[in-house]
Design a protein around this ligand. Structure first.
Ligand SMILES: [Zn+2]
Length: 309
């Protein structure tokens, strides 16, 4: 944010310089021409295909299996493909790396997803299809895409200077739900339910005790985020998510607000994000399926960057 402020100040200086020059050129340019030239000279060079990806090899040997799975399944290639229609002013790198902690974040111009976080995600996935019908693959792909889309939300708000009214973390969550709901109806159900699986432990303890300062976190409380996720999905497509109340993913009392909540997010997306999306490329993305329908075959020695053990 500080950098944006600095950029705005720099622009202010340019405006002053421009106006000074404009007075000198008043006899040769109409105000419209001068304004058009001014905008033309300062308009950011927005281009699609500006997502770069990298899998950094961890030095901690315990993280190597996660790294190898990433190389094998190539999830960052999917992220690049899904978000390449975005016309961005600069290149945005999405990388996986060893961080020394379990987390994911955006810091201009890079999104980082830690191997520690991915390992945790992998080990908490169900070993077989859960009673609610969530497959191990749905849980991993849904959580990964939700997390990556959340960070992409932060990146898009920053790089495209999108104004946000709410807490940025809540806005990034809403951005992520919109992405998951948009990339194919059949996929949407699997992706949303897969993402919701990350909150499974909270369902086991319906009553919790926390210090009040827990509510000062920049993120909403975990179950608040889960209910928001489910409410938006339900609001977007009540038929596709008609069973979420019965299955305990959303209290019935929240249902009446969901359609309107989705409407607000959808309107914000249409007004603030879609103008920066290459429509033809987006159609290609929407025509694809983004959840594999079977687990990939086990790795072969030629897939691994170190000798088989
Ligand atoms: Zn965030």
């Amino acid at each position: 944010m500080r950098r944006l402020a600095a950029a705005a100040l720099a622009c202010g200086a340019v405006v002053v310089a421009c106006f000074a020059r404009g007075q000198a050129q008043a006899q040769t340019q109409t105000p419209e021409q001068a304004w058009s030239n001014f905008l033309g000279n300062n308009r950011p060079d927005l281009q699609p295909n500006r997502i770069r990806i990298e899998y950094l090899e961890p030095s901690n040997k315990e993280l190597l299996p996660v790294y190898w799975v990433m190389l094998r399944r190539r999830p960052l290639q999917r992220i690049r493909e899904i978000f390449s229609p975005l016309r961005l002013p600069v290149e945005l790198t999405v990388r996986t790396k060893e961080c020394g902690m379990s987390n994911a974040w955006y810091q201009r111009p890079t999104i980082t997803i830690c191997y520690e976080y991915l390992r945790e995600m992998q080990s908490s996935a169900p070993k077989e299809t859960s009673p609610d019908g969530i497959t191990p693959l749905d849980a991993i792909v849904g959580q990964f895409l939700y997390t990556a889309s959340h960070e992409m939300g932060h990146a898009v708000f920053d790089l495209l200077n999108v104004p946000v009214f709410g807490p940025p973390e809540a806005d990034a969550d809403e951005f992520a739900v919109h992405v998951l709901m948009s990339i194919g109806k059949q996929d949407a159900r699997r992706l949303i339910m897969g993402a919701a699986y990350m909150y499974k432990d909270y369902f086991k303890n319906p009553t919790i005790t926390v210090p009040v300062t827990a509510f000062a976190d920049i993120h909403g409380a975990p179950m608040q985020r889960m209910y928001n996720l489910m409410c938006l999905a339900y609001g977007a497509d009540p038929d596709l998510f008609s069973d979420v109340v019965e299955k305990g993913y959303l209290p019935r009392s929240r249902i009446p607000a969901c359609k309107r909540e989705w409407g607000e997010v959808n309107y914000a997306f249409e007004q603030l994000i879609y103008p920066y999306v290459d429509k033809k490329m987006l159609n290609d993305v929407l025509a694809k399926s983004w959840v594999p329908y079977r687990a990939p075959p086990p790795p072969r020695s030629s897939d691994l960057s170190s000798p088989a053990q």
